[in-house]
Design a protein around this ligand. Structure first.
Ligand code: GLN
Length: 214
């Protein structure tokens, strides 16, 4: 297995196994390096995506955590927003964590003025939904689609899914019933950050969708 030195991974550069699925990580902003490291360890050929032509090469895409307002502005400024929407509509497997989930949501509450999402997931999310006392926390979540053991989930100013539309499915909820992981066809979104604590099963789940499509 190739060891990824993601500090040295420039946009468009590829790391990981030569035979693995070609997976991009949107690298406009946020914790894209952590995702690139996880995906390379799982055997994907990982490239960082900042330009539309870099999107054309990939068979799947991860949208990282970070700040959705900034990611949205940069995606539009770099001419990536429309190609991303087209790729999602075309069935590209995409996994979004935290800000990435916000980018994938059809409706975003507590957005800043003018903020847009890419959409694709038939859900309503609320940004920064945990209030100032609980902005960041960790908890164990049952995720039936991933089996045992529970997922140890790290939340950092994460969104909650306030409603799940008819086309989407909840994958995990907090004890109080609030939904924090969803799926719809080739799209997966989590309010939390599996890339930060060695929890690789969501990335595996996403790679399963990539392999099934290619
Ligand atoms: N609060 C951020 C936003 O609105 C998301 C935080 C994160 O990705 N960790 O985009």
């Amino acid at each position: 297995m190739t060891t990824l030195r993601s500090e040295s991974l420039a946009a468009g550069e590829v790391a990981g196994e030569a035979s693995g699925p070609r997976v991009g990580v949107l690298a406009l902003q946020g914790d894209f390096r952590e995702h690139a490291r996880v995906l390379a360890q799982l055997g994907a050929r990982v490239s960082l995506v900042r330009r539309p032509d870099e999107l054309a090469d990939v068979e799947g895409l991860v949208i990282p955590g970070g700040e959705s307002t900034v990611m949205d502005k940069l995606a539009r400024a770099y001419g990536l927003a429309e190609p991303l929407k087209a790729a999602i509509a075309d069935g590209l497997p995409v996994y979004g964590t935290c800000a990435g989930l916000i980018m994938l949501a059809d409706t975003v509450l507590d957005a800043i003025a003018g903020q847009e999402s890419l959409g694709g997931l038939d859900v309503v999310v609320r940004r920064n939904a945990f209030g100032s006392q609980n902005q960041s926390f960790e908890t164990d979540l049952g995720v039936p689609a991933l089996g045992e053991p529970p997922v140890h989930a790290v939340f950092i100013r994460g969104p909650v899914v306030e409603s799940v539309g008819a086309d989407a499915t909840a994958l995990a909820s907090l004890d109080d019933g609030r939904v924090v992981a969803v799926e719809q066809g080739n799209l997966v979104g989590t309010s939390f950050h599996p890339e930060m604590n060695g929890e690789y099963r969501f990335h595996e789940y996403f790679l399963g969708k990539v392999r099934a499509r290619s």
